[in-house]
Ligand binder design. Structure first.
Ligand SMILES: Cc1ncc(COP(=O)(O)O)c(C=O)c1O
Length: 432
């Protein structure tokens, strides 16, 4: 399909393990290689242009090479990129993030969402002095061993619906890690709290994503979120929200839709303004584990590139402009995108469905929109169809994430949504 990309992949396989540095780029027969991008349009090394609904795995809120971010970063590049000193911009950015959510008293920056989740889980253990964490079956929270448990369980190992097994992702995962992760069913408050009750005095933290993409990009119900908030409050555990992807849905994260305040929130992706980032925010008492003081230093935390001035400058420039009005506009465009996709599915009479909220959507090769990880789990036939569907979108000039998840960016408007709807229809028709 792309001769230069094919040649680059052949070359890459000689020096990069598996030919890539992140498996999410793998596709048959080879990954695509980018030449350049601007706004919401990306061009590959063969000169093919596509509208970019992947946005580097949902991490770009203003698309590519946003002029405001480029200008701010260029000025900082000339002043230096990383110092063994703090910077004022790091403080200004923490002030900005704290202003977006009343529950953010303090922030710590790091370099990836994986690190933010790891710091959050370790903070919960340091604060509660308890060993176990609880998470929802099928959720993706990055690569920390504990967060990886039951990320991709298969039917032969996932166990009972209301009491899922702790299933390893990587071979060689120690038994102790599986034992210390309690796996919860999604959007089932009674079953989830019944599982938690079994480990009452040992759970440090319940980790939830308010709209987990691997669980089908289905929003958590307010009833579910409130039940977990109540359970953690009454049982001396913490509630940690993974808003690495969902932070874009509201000014202060998707938690604002439930009127619930978690103790800790992990962020990443868009808050880096296009550069590597992670951040953990939360209430004073809990974030104090990172500080010294009377209780002593309970959780030593550093990182060579944490809060480097390039990321801080880019993140602040990007997020200042992603204000309430911008969030609302992009969410309305997201609503239009999901409606138009649903319409295309109806016109094509395809056995497909669409889920999502805010500026995110995901297309499934299932006639009914899934409600949890097990319902979203594709059969081999559905998996093959999804691959062909995503290829069809590429041919029609639209790039989305390999799981058929798409995300919007602020340079997009009605024209891009029209283009998306046409591509979805063309690709579904080709499938049939
Ligand atoms: C919900 C969620 N949490 C955490 C992560 C990990 O973030 P990173 O890739 O920056 O380590 C991701 C990455 O896709 C994510 O989608």
């Amino acid at each position: 399909m792309s001769t230069r990309s094919a040649a680059l992949f052949a070359r890459a396989q000689k020096v990069l393990a598996g030919g890539v540095s992140r498996n999410t780029l793998l596709r048959d027969p080879h990954p695509l290689y980018a030449k350049e991008a601007s706004g919401c349009v990306i061009r590959d090394v063969d000169g093919v242009e596509r509208v970019d609904f992947a946005n580097n795995m949902a991490s770009l809120i203003h698309g590519h090479a946003d002029p405001g971010v480029v200008e701010a970063v260029a000025a900082q590049l000339r002043r230096g990129t990383a110092f063994t000193m703090g910077t004022e911009v790091e403080i200004a950015y923490a002030e900005h993030l704290c202003s977006r959510n009343a529950g953010f008293d303090k922030v710590r920056f790091m370099n990836s969402g994986t690190e933010a989740i790891m710091a959050g889980l370790k903070a919960a253990r340091a604060f509660t002095k308890r060993p176990r964490i609880a998470k929802v079956e099928g959720t993706y929270h990055g690569a920390y061993d504990y967060a990886e448990v039951s990320q991709s369980p298969a039917p032969e190992s996932w166990g009972e619906t209301k009491h899922p097994n702790s299933v390893p992702l990587a071979q060689g995962t120690p038994e102790g890690i599986l034992r210390d992760v309690v796996v919860l069913p999604f959007n089932d408050p009674d079953a989830a709290t019944a599982v938690l009750d079994e480990y009452k005095d040992e759970v440090a933290c319940v980790l939830i994503d308010p709209m987990p993409h691997r669980v089908g990009l289905v929003p958590a119900s307010t009833e579910f979120v409130r039940a977990l908030r109540d359970w953690t409050t009454h049982n001396g555990a913490l509630l940690l929200f993974d808003e690495v992807i969902t932070f874009r849905t509201e000014v202060g994260g998707m938690q604002m839709r439930h009127g619930v305040q978690p103790d800790l929130t992990a962020m990443g992706k868009i808050i880096g303004g296009g550069f590597p980032v992670g951040a953990l925010a939360g209430r004073d008492e809990v974030m104090a584990v990172f500080a010294g003081g009377a209780a002593g230093l309970r959780l030593p935390h550093s990182g060579t590139f944490s809060a480097n001035p390039i990321t801080m400058t880019a993140g602040l420039a990007a997020m200042q402009r992603f204000d309430a009005g911008a969030v609302e506009r992009l969410n309305a465009l997201g609503h239009a995108a999901r409606s138009r996709i649903a319409e295309a599915i109806r016109i094509a009479r395809a056995a497909a469905s669409v889920t999502g909220a805010g500026s995110l959507f995901r297309i499934h090769m299932k006639p009914e929109p899934p409600t949890d990880y097990r319902a979203a789990f594709p059969t081999p036939v559905e998996k093959a169809a999804l691959g062909r569907f995503v290829d069809g979108l590429l041919d029609a000039g639209v790039l989305i994430i390999g799981t058929a998840m798409g995300v919007l960016s602020t340079p997009m408007g009605e024209a891009e949504i029209d283009r998306l709807a046409e591509a979805v229809l063309a690709s579904l028709r080709r499938l049939a």
